[in-house]
Design a protein around this ligand. Structure first.
Ligand SMILES: [Fe+2]
Ligand SMILES: [Fe+2]
Length: 180
């Protein structure tokens, strides 16, 4: 026999679901501090967008030893960081907030820095540092979210896995140049 408590719960849930229908994915039981999560996601978005630009300029200006292989990798990473940025922007808007894309504030919010100039080895090292920063900030965000927002957590876990691959690719390229 179903407990009446459960039925009551179901009715409350239905009522709550109807109450603020236009909040879409954000339901009454969304326990996370929405503003903190959105702020965090906007910082990640700024970081990804800065990464797109840094990888793009590295792609177009790679020179010296290992330039050809690195240039191809830089382009691939730029495209993947753009996909990351889009996924973050989509989640921010799902949470009812505006994805911050104002160029004037991006560098302030981003966790990593824009870089241009130098030879391919310098570029690879700069990118590796940026990836390592992204890895540790995604890890921290995932820990903060815990089980409060499984969808955001899953998204960040996917991004983290790809940043780890990026870092790995860069180390390989650096080792390859060293071996030449
Ligand atoms: Fe990324
Ligand atoms: Fe990356």
């Amino acid at each position: 026999m179903k407990s009446t408590a459960f039925i009551h719960d179901l009715q409350t849930r239905k009522q709550q679901a109807k109450q603020h229908m236009m909040r879409g994915a954000v339901t009454e039981d969304y326990t996370s501090d929405r503003e903190v999560i959105v702020k965090m996601l906007n910082e990640a978005l700024a970081t990804e967008l800065i990464c797109v630009l840094r990888y793009k300029v590295h792609h177009y200006t790679a020179n010296g030893r290992g330039a050809r292989d690195a240039a191809a990798e830089f382009l691939e990473h730029a495209q993947e960081e753009q996909i990351h940025a889009d996924k973050l922007a989509e989640r921010i808007s799902q949470l009812g907030a505006e994805p911050e894309m104002n160029p004037a504030v991006l560098t302030e919010r981003a966790h990593s820095e824009y870089h241009s100039g130098g030879d391919t080895v310098e570029m690879l090292k700069e990118d590796l540092v940026a990836e390592r920063i992204a890895i540790s900030s995604y890890r921290e965000m995932i820990q903060f979210i815990g089980d409060k927002d499984p969808t955001t957590r899953r998204l960040l876990e996917d991004l983290l896995a790809q940043e780890e691959e990026h870092a790995d690719d860069l180390v390989e390229l650096l080792e390859h140049i060293d071996a030449q």
